[in-house]
Design a protein around this ligand. Structure first.
Ligand code: FO1
Length: 336
């Protein structure tokens, strides 16, 4: 069971909504799951990486959170399950099947159960809730939308499906932009809209790739407005530290998009939407310039190596949100 870690130490009242994609996002989500009660935490995952492979629905950013919260994640790889066996993939190779995208035997079972549930007519939200329950996860885990969205990456040699770019081509092609196929038909997850309507304490943008993990979520029609007007402060944790990404292609993408690969570049990306940005101590010199643009800035250790690092950063996001609420004269939340 994923116990309710927080006990009385929850430092906010009300819901904490976190937008997450990729490994960095899942790390902060785990920290938040230790900092607030299960019934307070609402995790919204990017589904733009999702695709069908071997006729199975693969949901990488959602599965990374599922496995992380269930204590099953493969921390070396950053995806899939720990203690995996690979008989399925070895046999696929022997039979000459496509072997560019690796599915471990236990991970494969999850994709099969999910695909069957979807085929039976369940929504993705219902299927993810069922899997979360089976894995003993007590927090609310919501895909950004129940309608399919497929991130496509524009490169000099044409457009690539996201997993072709990320896995098959190992993020090597230079990117010139992104397209979220299906986004016009996508609706924000209704359960997320309910949580937003209940005046949450804070909305956190995890240290995920702003282009391919966060932007798909914010691009769902009506999503930005619903989040912006929910009354809670919106705080982001910079995925860029000292000019580099902690993991993944965010820094490379920023260079290719001719965006400053820095916390200033991140502040610029979210300008007009977020209220506060958390940056690592290594970027402390940038705090003043970012604050001068009207953003609240908090300097805190942002590299999460241990569980304590994850919990500490999670607490900073909650305290920062409370500070911003206080500055805005909002009702104080949590134990003063
Ligand atoms: N990433 C890889 O680099 N290689 C893989 O073979 C791979 C398989 C895989 C299977 C299931 C899954 O949920 C994720 C998987 N990933 C793999 C990671 C995935 O491409 C990324 O996690 C996201 O799409 C980007 O965050």
């Amino acid at each position: 069971m994923n116990p309710d870690h927080s006990g009385s130490s929850s430092i906010v009242d009300g819901k904490v909504i976190v937008l997450s994609g990729g490994v960095g996002g899942a790390k902060l989500v785990l920290g938040l799951s230790h900092a607030v009660a299960n019934d307070q935490l609402v995790v919204v995952t990017n589904t733009g990486d999702d695709f069908d492979h071997f006729g199975l629905r693969i949901c990488p950013d959602t599965d990374t959170v599922l496995y992380t919260l269930a204590g099953l994640s493969n921390t070396e790889l950053g995806w899939g399950r720990a203690n995996e066996t690979w008989t399925f993939m070895q046999t696929i190779k022997e039979l000459g099947g496509p072997d560019w995208f690796n599915l471990g035997d236990a991970d494969l079972a999850l994709h099969i159960v999910r695909t069957q549930a979807l085929k039976s007519g369940k929504t993705l939200t219902q299927v993810i809730a069922q899997l979360a329950q089976q894995l003993g996860i007590g927090v609310s885990l919501l895909p950004m939308s129940d309608q399919p969205v497929h991130t496509r990456v524009n490169t000099p040699n044409g457009q690539l499906a996201f997993q072709e770019y990320f896995v098959r081509d190992r993020c090597e092609p230079a990117v010139s932009g992104f397209e979220f196929a299906g986004i016009a038909q996508a609706q924000p997850n209704p359960l997320l809209l309910n949580a937003l309507a209940a005046t949450p304490a804070v909305v956190v943008i995890a240290p995920s790739n702003p282009y391919v993990s966060v932007d798909p979520i914010l691009s769902v029609p009506g999503m930005r407005e619903a989040i912006k007007h929910c009354g809670a402060p919106i705080v982001a944790v910079s995925p860029i530290v000292a000019g580099g990404a902690i993991k993944g292609p965010a820094a490379k993408m920023m260079q290719e998009l001719d965006v400053p690969c820095s916390v200033e570049g991140i502040a610029q990306h979210y300008r007009g939407f977020i209220d506060g940005l958390i940056i690592d101590q290594q970027d402390a010199a940038s705090a003043e310039a970012i604050a001068a643009t009207g953003l609240s800035v908090r300097i805190a250790p942002s590299i999460m190596r241990t569980l304590d690092d994850r919990i500490a950063l999670a607490r900073v996001t909650l305290e920062f949100g409370r500070e911003i609420t206080r500055d805005r004269g909002g009702s104080l939340s949590g134990n003063e």
